[in-house]
Structure formats: structure tokens, C-alpha cells
Ligand binder design. Sequence first.
Ligand SMILES: C[S@@+](CC[C@H](N)C(=O)[O-])C[C@H]1O[C@@H](n2cnc3c(N)ncnc32)[C@H](O)[C@@H]1O
Length: 258
Amino acid sequence: MKLKKHQIANRDAWQGFAARYVKPAEEGWASDNPRWGIWNIPDSDIDLLPKNLTGKRCIEIGCGAGYVSSWMARRGAKSVVGIDPTPNQLATATRLEAQYQLGVGFVEGFGESLPFDDACFDFAISEYGASLWADPYQWIPEAARVLRPGGGLVFMTNHAFAICCVPDQDDEDAPLAEQLQRPYLGLYQNQWEFSSNEVEFHLPHGEWIALLAANEFAVERLLELGAPTADAGSNYAWADAAWATKWPTEEVWCARRL
Ligand SMILES: C[S@@+](CC[C@H](N)C(=O)[O-])C[C@H]1O[C@@H](n2cnc3c(N)ncnc32)[C@H](O)[C@@H]1O
């Protein structure tokens, strides 16, 4: 299949970003206690991963260096596959799998065209992977196709409020503004002033619900996450904890395939 412009641009960008993500990946693989997103929120607070995945076939879509996949393997999954288009990310993932030997398989590919049979997974997850970097109008139908009826889908990405409040300037570390900086309606593909060619995807909440429903998913939960405290730390300079005690920086959609 011919790749879209955004797929080539995002893979090229992630070839460069990958080195920055080695250390967090090593910490993630070393831990039995999943922590999520910008604020490292413990899984025990938000329950994104089923506690027991025994016998389940799991996929991480846009797995990067694969620490979420390692957590699913540790929770007893029968099989875990991580898919990602970026060779440098997969190199870290396969090195860490060789070290920990949890039995996670890694495949090079895009969320928009999953090289798997229909209904072959019980659970799918994406933490800032396909959920941010793949076209939702292509990866959600693919997730629906590869999940069996009753299978679960969980994905985490930036909250639409945060996206609407990113200052329009050439500084990726600039803190979020307290005024809206761009329209919410029509949110879809986004290229920041400070980025090179990479493209992010965000949707208004009504669009996510319509897209999930059109692909036979029932939405079970929408978590809107901010900073736990006004002095909470994060690895991202733009993520201002004082801002994030008033508005959410992250959203997590939990849906079930009908
Ligand atoms: C932030 S990482 C996500 C992995 C991990 N959860 C993390 O936070 O480090 C983003 C990943 O999305 C991947 N990605 C980019 N375009 C993608 C696409 N079209 N489909 C699936 N993944 C994609 C990148 O290669 C990158 O490894």
C-alpha cells in the first residue's frame, strides 16, 4: 500500500526522536507498576490495563519502545504484539525484549493498515502511539477489524483543551495558554509552528464518539486527566502543572467492540 505523506513524515521524525525515548522505555520495562502519560499517573488510580490478562491476545498500536506491551505480558497475556513504523523505536523494543524475555513480538508497520487477521485480538491499546500519530479515520476501523466482538480498546492522547491552548509560536517548550489559541471545531490534522514535517491527529470529542460508534464500538469511559497537584513534575516543559489542575491535559477513551 502506498504510504501517505503524514506516515512518511512521522516515521522520519520518530527516527530522530527515538534516542530521547530510550531512558523512559528502560524505566517502563523495568517496572511492574504501570504509570501513564505526562504525569506518570499510577495504573492503580485509573485502571487502564485489565488487572488480569491471562489467556488474552493483546496488541499495542504505535508501541514505540514497547513498555506498555511489557506490562501486558507481565499481566499474563497469552500473546502480545507491538506494532510501530519506526525502526529506531523497534530497535530499543527488541533489545529490551531480549533482556527481559517476556515473549512480546514486535512488527514494523502502521496503525492505518494492520497486518493481522480479522478478530484476532481480545485487547488493543495505544498510549500516544496511533492515538496521536495515525489518521483516526483509518486506524480506528483497523482496530475494530482486528478486535473480536467484546474486545476492549483503550487509547490515551493529548486532551483537546490542551491542543486548543498550545501557543502558536516557534517554541515547543512554551507553557499552555489560558486562552483558546485555535478553533476546536474542525480539529483534525495539526502541524505545529515548532515542528518540522510531522503531523499529529486530534478530534473534538463528538467526532471521536461518532467515529467509534460508526465502527461498532461502545464508549465505556472517557477519562479527562490533569496534574495530580499544582507542583507535580513532568518530563514535558509545556505541561504546566498549575494549568493542568484547572484543565485536563490528557484524555483516555475506553471502548468495547460490539
Ligand atoms: C510517544 S511514542 C508511543 C509509545 C510509548 N507509549 C511512548 O509514550 O513512548 C509514539 C510512537 O508512534 C509511532 N507512530 C508514528 N506514526 C504512526 C502510525 N501511523 N501508526 C502507528 N504508530 C505510529 C512512532 O513511531 C512512535 O514510536
